[in-house]
Design a binder for this molecule. Structure first.
Ligand SMILES: [Zn+2]
Length: 215
């Protein structure tokens, strides 16, 4: 099949700030246009809701890939209640949510009230979801964390969510950044860096990086 390539459009550019105490940030949200399919990677924090609403006015989203169920990556999922948009996540992440919802404050608590109204679909490792996009399991930060591999004409991109949060984190691979499973998170980070050259992190800016292909 002739590949016409994908477009990766940052809808929200992530942000990560470490004040002297604690940390603060919100996640990136990407729209991936793969041939006739529109894929949204994460739905962001509540503070970027306006951006997501504006996008939904213009574009029909066929499926949403949820990297993991932390609040800064999947708030605004309620905008897809009772819609035909498929919400893709790993079964492990879904199960782990119910196991940990009273323990892990980073989880998106409101998910409990909306998941029955979502068109949820569990995805497997290496599952192809569109002609050029494949789900890759990247566990550690959360137990069922997933990333999206995008095979463009010559380049392979990985939207890696919080598996590697930023360029800065890339330089401190062994640092524990609130990982569910520290050793697994470190191994996953190393594996990603070994396999992928073009990585779009979960909390970083991209406009410059994506200038290599301006969409
Ligand atoms: Zn997270």
């Amino acid at each position: 099949m002739k590949q016409i390539g994908c477009k990766i459009i940052p809808i929200v550019e992530g942000f990560c700030y470490k004040p002297p105490v604690g940390c603060f940030g919100y996640a990136s949200v990407f729209l991936v246009k793969d041939e006739n399919k529109n894929i949204l990677f994460d739905t962001g924090a509540y503070c970027v809701r306006k951006e997501i609403i504006n996008l939904l006015k213009k574009v029909h989203i066929d499926c949403v890939v949820i990297s993991h169920l932390h609040f800064d990556h999947c708030s605004n999922l309620d905008l897809f209640k009772n819609s035909d948009t498929k919400i893709l996540l790993s079964k492990l992440e879904f199960k782990s949510y119910f196991k940990n919802k009273y323990k892990d404050n980073d989880l998106f608590n409101y998910f409990d009230y909306i998941y029955q109204y979502l068109n949820l679909k569990f995805v497997k490792d290496n599952e192809q979801i569109s002609p050029n996009c494949t789900i890759i399991f990247t566990p550690g930060h959360s137990i069922g964390h997933i990333s999206l591999k995008i095979q463009d004409k010559e380049k392979t991109y990985l939207l890696c969510g919080d598996a590697i949060k930023s360029k800065k984190e890339k330089k401190h691979l062994n640092k524990n950044t609130n990982a569910y499973d520290y050793n697994l998170a470190v191994n996953t980070r190393k594996d990603i860096l070994k396999r992928y050259k073009y990585i779009l992190y979960g909390h970083d800016c991209y406009k410059k990086k994506l200038k290599i292909r301006r969409f």
